[in-house]
Design a protein around this ligand. Sequence first.
Ligand code: NAD
Length: 255
Amino acid sequence: MSLMAGKRGVIFGLANDKSIAWGIAQQLKEAGAELAFTFLNEALEKRVRPLAESLGSKIILPCDVVNEDQLAAVFAELEKQWGKIDFVVHAVAFANREDLKKPFSQTSREGFQLALDISAYSLVSMTRYAAPIMNDGGSIVTMTYLGSVRSVPQYNVMGVAKAALEASVRYLAAELGERGIRVNAISAGPIKTLAASGIANFKEKLSIAEERSPLKRLVTQDEVGKSTLYLLSDLSTAVTGEIHYVDGGFSNNAG
Ligand code: NAD
């Protein structure tokens, strides 16, 4: 299968081989895409670099998404090395652990701003840098969660950040549609990752998802990867501004 042959893009949010970004990267590579990666800091670089190199990536750059200079530098480097890009994967989120433990009304102003900045605004700024070097017909995909539209215990400020992220998807899709550039989100069911370990009682979310989803099992990083492949490829050229659920049917199931 060479759905992504000749297509180049960048993945933000790889931390280790449990990351959703890793499931996505493997699917994209298998479909023939050329990939660039970013890492948050030196500690993570040690994990990210070997993984990225194992997929043949030559562009592996530092990027803390709250740092505008680093974000600009990533896209400047992509332009220098490749000229144009075809896709961006945004798989980045963060909230202070303390803010996820406390009752929601106790969320600190700083914690609220930080969660929204890293988890939602970053998609807006990324798109601002990406669009000028993106081929018409390009595609941007971000990762969200059901806590954006329902109050999910302990998800708290991350739910608010994901609501802002999903609204941003719709506004960015409207803005870039004329150029055939599409912006979508995948709302994944719970998956054991580094970020998920910051959410209190996450194990409970896993067992509820397993019990109550029509498929009666958890979803995998590879399955999120396959849906991302669809949204980044020419299989989905008329799909934009969508929140695409990859959760075994959980969100549709009242049982
Ligand atoms: P992960 O910990 O593997 O990935 C989160 C990534 O965010 C890490 O690579 C981390 O380095 C990066 N990050 C955090 N702060 C950053 C910053 N300031 N600048 C740049 N990068 C930063 O966990 P994951 O579960 O694979 O998360 C990926 C995405 O999927 C997130 O948006 C998450 O909310 C979303 N998601 C996860 C689940 C789940 O259950 N794991 C479910 C639905 C959605």
